[in-house]
Each structure stands twice: as structure tokens, then as C-alpha cells.
Design a protein around this ligand. Sequence first.
Ligand code: 4YB
Length: 468
Amino acid sequence: MSVPFTTWPWQHWAAERPDAVAIRLPDQSITWATLSSQIEIYAQGLLEQGIKRDQLVAAIAPNGLPLLGLLLATMRVGARFVALNPRASAPELQAQLAQLDCDAIWYPEGSDPLSAETLAEPVSSMLRLHLQPAEQPRLVPVTWQPSRAVTLTLTSGSTGTPKAVVHSGLTHLASAAGLLAWLPFEQEDSWLLSLPLFHISGMAIVWRWLYRGAEIVVCAPDQMETLLMQVTHASLVPTQLQRVLDSDAVASLDLKQVLLGGAMIPVSLTDAARERGIECWCGYGMTEMASTVTAKRANASAGVGAVLPHREVMLQDGEVWVKGETLCLGYYRNKTVFPVSEQAWFATKDLGHWQDEELHITGRADNMFISGGENVQPEDIERVLLAHPQISQAFVLPIDDAEFGQRPVAIVSVSAESTPYREQLVAYMQTQVAAYRRPVAYYLLPQDVAGGIKVSRAQLAQWLAQDR
Ligand code: 4YB
């Protein structure tokens, strides 16, 4: 990909279309010209507080203008930005900050995500940043160098210990360019920042906006449903779309495209959306590849589409390997960026196959377990459960068993909990899958695990072992 900008993307758009709206908020619009000058002033504010090139700035806040502004101002001074989940507990956040060895931390005035009185070293001596305009404006002596590291994004993967994935402006822009070569997103369109900036799916929205010079719509998480009615584009995980379809808001939507991803996307869901006039795109991607790798307009097939420009996909022994211009610079450890692998290819641990030039994802290699000598792939059973009209979410996990080694149990969300869902599911599964793949127990998905964008299997396993 040839680099599309010779200067910071917002400065490019401020020169090209100064009066066009860049950011829309529930009560205010900001043009590219205003945005660009504000970023200068806030970037100078960071310099005054001592932030330097290559330092790491951590932010703990829900999506909103301050968080987005800090991301842009941090990049502007040549520092690196990492957003952390504001819903994580204080000990979790402190552990992440310590592991990242951050130079500075920002969180909104009035919030106390780290529980200040329990702050311990090294976090207690990290610089506490304020989002403030410069007192004595001066030039920010950092130029746009697209291959420099700009963001870190935590991804938990299968191990549970999050890895910090480093991307440059170039890897992010290559991701945006490739998706937008297929998915129409024009300058008069608006993309809702509908997923958190601490996840690659939220970060990718920012770079599509910067790449196109279109409009981004930013709101607090509790205003999302209202603002969905005022945008042309949104990225959603399948459960979010299900919630939208179940709500009254669906009647007044003006959405042109919804990009889905992050988990298996049931065809029944995209069919139901189309019936309400919402066109869906299905994507498959991961943090290491700056979000989407394959995509397609939703259709009758359960596949995840073909490989987007600037990426490559290869299957080896049934596992998906990826590479390309969107591949991250590496993982961040001990203030150093380590390449994700020795080769150019990254092993996703996802299992897949090609069918009619389309990639199909069948599950993750590391979710497989053995029951009575037979291989059980949980996602195969989950797909059958999800085809049941009452089930909106399904997870299958192993529990230890003296006779079989391990056996599957199912954790589900059902549409009407009052009905005797267990009996129905037992009868249904008897007609659908072989005995060794039938769950030996059914549980309802606990609310505290269901929140957030992705249900963690590690957390579900812990819940099964302790709290059930
Ligand atoms: C899948 C999967 C799929 C991921 N089927 N398993 O902009 C986007 O592409 C987007 C739009 C809406 C919602 C999410 C996204 C994403 O970026 C998702 C990217 C993501 O989930 N990254 S991750 O690092 O947190 O997890 C990656 C893993 O998620 C993959 O390795 C797969 O196991 C799984 N996954 N899309 C089935 N369509």
C-alpha cells in the first residue's frame, strides 16, 4: 500500500476539507479544522507535563471525546497509546499497568479506577496525566512517520494473560484501506464508535474514519442505542446486533451497513437483520492483524468471506495462518517490541477450511478436548445449539469425568427463561448430535460473565469450577 498521507491524517483533512464535520457528539459537532487545532493544543499540554517520544500513555475510560482526543494527542507527540478496560477491577488494572511498565496514566477526573488508597509500586509512581490545553503553546516537534509504533492493544488469547499488540499508523491504515476497498464508506457517511477503544474492533473504527476523512460519532456507552439511529455505519459483535433487533429502536434505524465480527456469526442473525432493512457484513479478524482479515456481504453461507486486500491467509494442517501489511509490529514486553513469530506468518490457532473460495472458521484448536477417546470441538456443538430458536448464546466447555476423562457441558442464553428450556434442549440435542457430543448439563449464562464484548472461556471455566 502506498502511504495515503504526507502529514498527520487529521492535518491532511483539515487542509483538504476544513469545514466538514469530523466528530459528531450527541450535543456538538467538531470540524476537521477545529479538531486539528485542538489536537495541537492538547499535544502541547502533554509535552508540558513531560510526555516524550516513545513513552507509553495508558488511558482508563469509557469511549468518549476525551479518550479519542487523548489517543490523537498522544500519537501527535510521538508517544504510544494503550487503552485499558475501565470495567476491569483495580487489582487487574494495576497488574496490567505494572506489566506494561507505563510512563503515564490518564483517567477522567472524578473516576478512581485504580482505587487510589490501595495503589502500590510501580503504579503509584507513574505520572498521573491531565487532559489539559497547553499554558504556553509552542510547536510540537514531531513529524508524521507512519511506520512508528502508535498503539498497544491488549488481547487475552487463550492463555488468559493479556499480550500487548503493537501497531503502527501504517498497519492500521492498511487495515482500513483494504476493508474500505470492498465495504462502501464515503466521506458523507458516519461510523458509530460502537465498540471500546481498548479492543481492536473499536480502534479499527478510528483508523477507517481517519483514512476516509468521514465522520465518527462518539457517545457514552449508554447512549449507543439512540445514536445508532443517526449513523450510516456501525461495528457490532453478534450479541449486540441481537439486542438491537430485539429492541424497539430497530424501527427507526438509518443504518446502511453493520460490520459484524469477533465471534461466530449465525446466518439466522444476518437474515433477521436483513428483514428489518439492515445490511450486514461478516468479518473475521484478530488484534494481531489490526482487525478484519476476511469479509463479505452477509449471505446464506456461514463462511467469513474472502481475503481482503493487504492481507494473506494460508491453511496449514487445518489451521489458519495470516500475514501482510496489517500484521502488527509485535508484542510489547520489557519496553521492547518482539515480533509475533520467527516467520512472516502468524498462527491464529483458528481452525478453518476453504469452500467456494470462502474461508470458514470452525473453531479454535485450543478449545478442543477429548471425551472417551473422541475429539470434541466445542464450537461444533455450539453451532447446533445456536440453531435452536430459543438460544441466543451458547458455549460448550469440558468438565472432568472419571469415566470419560472429560465431558461437554453447555452454558446458554435463552430467550424466555421461564420455559422448561433444559428438557427442550435435551430432546433437541438427542436428534441432532452423537451421544458423546451431547452436553451432560445445561446452565444459564451468568450475567457478570456475559457483559463486555467477548465472553471469556477461561472465565466460564472458572465459574463452572467454583460458582455454579
Ligand atoms: C471469530 C470471528 C468470526 C473473530 N467467526 N471466530 O472490525 C472488525 O473486524 C470487527 C467488527 C465487529 C466486531 C468485531 C470486529 C473485530 O475486529 C474482531 C477482532 C477480534 O475479535 N479480535 S480478537 O483478537 O479479540 O479475537 C480474535 C479471535 O476471535 C479470532 O482468532 C477468532 O478465534 C475469533 N473470531 N472473528 C469466528 N467471524
